[in-house]
Ligand binder design. Sequence first.
Ligand code: XIL
Length: 358
Amino acid sequence: MMGLAYRITYGRWLVLTLTALAFTVLLAVCTGCPPLPEDAPLRDLAQRKKLLIGTSVDETVFNADPQYREILAREFMILTPENAMKFERIQPEPSRYDFSQGDALLAFADANGMTVHGHTLLWHRQLPGWLTQGDFSPEQLKTILRTHIHTVVGHYNARIALWDVVSEAIDDEGQLRDTFWLRGIGPDYIALAFQWAHEADPQARLLYNDYANEGLNKKSDAIYRLMRDLQRRKVPVHGVGLQMHLSSEYIPDTEELARNMQRLDELGLEVHITEMDVRLREPTGPEALAKQAKIYRNMLDTCLAADNCRSFAMWGFTDRYSWIPDFFPGWGAALPFDEQFLPKPAYRALVERLRRCF
Ligand code: XIL
């Protein structure tokens, strides 16, 4: 008698436990949030949310430092060549292209299940001397630019799915920036660049990429109008890159960021966070690092909440190698890993936010 009662109670307990377990697993799978191991890297956590997490990659460091390559492959899904695909590097002479570094990065990305974000086809910086010091007519410059874009995008046809086509063409006042390209070709250079990139790879997603365009301001308003105008003219544009070079003194308002992403979504455009870093005044301390972590977390949070925010990439991942100290003297410590490659509070904040199911 006792044995029978025990068997029934035990049987019920077993059925209940198994049902609860099955329910939890089903819920996790249905909500797209299956459990992951304690030490899951950023890329696995982000992938579960259909977000691509990325970093730029400095070619020199990439070639020299195996530990850098190991963390890169473990933590990230998108690899953005930091300089290797810029005009001065990839077409150093009028009739010579150098794809060696770009190809090496692409091979590494392929071998590690990563994708490459092409950066950048048209910018006013890092242009070769033969171009800036040449004396070209508008028609000649158009031919040079068309050939450049056709050749570069053509070389990577179907292997690079996302390109920064035009970078930083709008100034802080919301006007077309006074650049080599504007002076040389006129305002139409923007539409032409997108058109030529599309001709070379009709499948690639094509971005306009800029800085200080995260919140609502003259620049982001002008970019919104530019994108809307390009779309009306049937120019192939697919999204906007928000570089997100932030500092402890420049932090976009998250409400404004969300509204900016939303209005671009209403145009059917994707948004990509393309170059995030959060520079701090040196020397830093625990308080500044905690504040930095919060900024990373809030920006990620806003991206996750937006339907059209597809990727979240940083401009490097370790303070050992970052462009910040060279370009902003007195500032540094902008990335989620420190100079010893150890995770900082910012890294933990990203993990924590990505671990949350909702
Ligand atoms: C920077 C690189 O990190 C440096 O190595 C290089 O000397 C200058 O350019 N916005 C961009 C990037 O779109 O291409 C810049 O990269 C950083 C600012």
